[in-house]
Write a protein that binds this ligand. Structure first.
Ligand SMILES: Cc1ncc(COP(=O)(O)O)c(C=O)c1O
Length: 361
């Protein structure tokens, strides 16, 4: 028995209950050490094992070859928006960016702030970022193509990667990292804040191809150079120890309880299809993203009777749900169904939405 609610928050978001319980059991004394992970040296054997386990499990889950490094970088995904151009776009070079919503726009802004070369080769801004573009005007000279694989606010997701003619992709995967297998060969780098699919906020996970490290200029501030994280194994300074501990447990849960990323994706697909099934049943609810581009992680929707949306939010809170209000910039409703949101919670939400419809139709 526990007093957990059905948590559909967009991030920070729910963690697997078994993981939270394991952290609770070890909070006073991690493995008989008499201290919690928060209280121990990041250079001691116990923490070194934890960070190694987190790295190894991410490597195994994605099937990474030796060509990739797994890094833990402070500053969340937003710092990577700035570090990516700083590290990988040199004098006279440029990168292609695809704009699919708020977070990709922010990534583009960070390139412009640094006066680095950037071309926005496609944007879905013409229709309020409700779809994933299909036509691009890539440059063969681009250092990389940047995409946001899942658009947390607008509820769209790339279901197939854009064809870039050999130019490597860099992807912000903050809201769908570790939710499905990916073809890593296409990527020079992927990154994501921990706080949706991996653990509490406080670190970003960066998976970086080794040949990208060679491009990094020497004259960068130490903490803003990915080379530092590679050479010092993410331990140049004190890493975010507790979030990394949580990542080690979440990735263990992914491997040992859920059965890996292909199995996790199958569950995620089932959850999403149940939820979109309820949304699409008639015109009481309206999905906001184009059907083919709908996210498996963040289902965004509205009520045809807009005035009922605050009622929906209020009653959902009373019924034991959290996080169903849409992002403040777009309004409406959103159910984030990340890896750790159980299928049982989605079933309960579907029942609540059915009942709400029957009552208010
Ligand atoms: C797709 C995406 N990218 C970036 C961010 C920003 O992440 P952080 O808060 O780790 O900087 C978010 C946060 O919600 C996000 O959803």
């Amino acid at each position: 028995m526990n007093n957990r609610i059905h948590n559909f928050s967009a991030g920070p978001s729910t963690l697997p209950t078994s993981v939270v319980q394991e952290m609770q059991e070890n909070l006073l004394s991690y493995q008989g050490s008499g201290m919690s992970v928060m209280e121990m040296s990041h250079r001691g054997d116990l923490f070194m094992e934890i960070i190694e386990e987190a790295r190894t499990r991410i490597r195994r889950l994605y099937g990474l070859s030796d060509a990739y490094d797994v890094l833990f970088v402070h500053g969340g995904a937003s710092l990577q928006f700035a570090m990516v151009p700083m590290n990988f776009i040199g004098e006279g070079e440029s990168a292609d960016y695809i704009e699919t919503g708020t977070w990709s726009t922010k990534a583009i802004t960070e390139v412009r702030i640094q006066n680095k070369g950037v071309r926005v080769v496609a944007s879905s801004g013409d229709r309020e970022f409700t779809y994933i573009p299909e036509a691009f005007d890539f440059s063969p000279e681009a250092r990389f193509v940047h995409i946001t694989t899942n658009n947390t606010i607008r509820g769209t997701q790339w279901h197939a990667l854009p064809e870039t003619d050999g130019v490597p992709l860099i992807a912000d995967m903050s809201s769908d990292i570790l939710s499905r297998p990916v073809d890593m060969d296409r990527f020079g780098m992927i990154y994501g804040g921990a706080q949706k699919n991996m653990g509490p906020s406080g670190t970003a996970v960066v998976i970086l191809r080794k040949d990208f490290v060679e491009r990094i200029p020497q004259a960068l501030p130490t903490m803003l150079s990915y080379r530092t994280y590679v050479e010092k194994e993410s331990m140049f300074n004190t890493p975010a120890t507790f979030p990394i501990y949580a990542i080690s447990l979440v990735t263990k849960w992914l491997e040992e309880t859920m059965g890996g990323l292909a199995a996790m994706e199958a569950v995620n697909r089932r959850k999403a299809s149940k939820l979109y099934g309820v949304i699409d049943e008639d015109d009481f609810y309206e999905g906001t993203a184009e059907k083919n581009d709908r996210s498996l992680m963040n289902a965004t929707f509205r009520l045809r009777q807009r005035e009922l949306e605050p009622v929906f939010v209020k009653q959902s809170l009373e019924a034991g749900f959290a996080g169903l209000k849409g992002h403040k910039s777009v309004g409406g409703l959103r159910a984030s169904i990340y890896n750790a949101v159980s299928e049982a919670s989605v079933d309960v939400l579907c029942d609540f939405m059915d009942a709400f419809r029957r009552k208010h139709r």
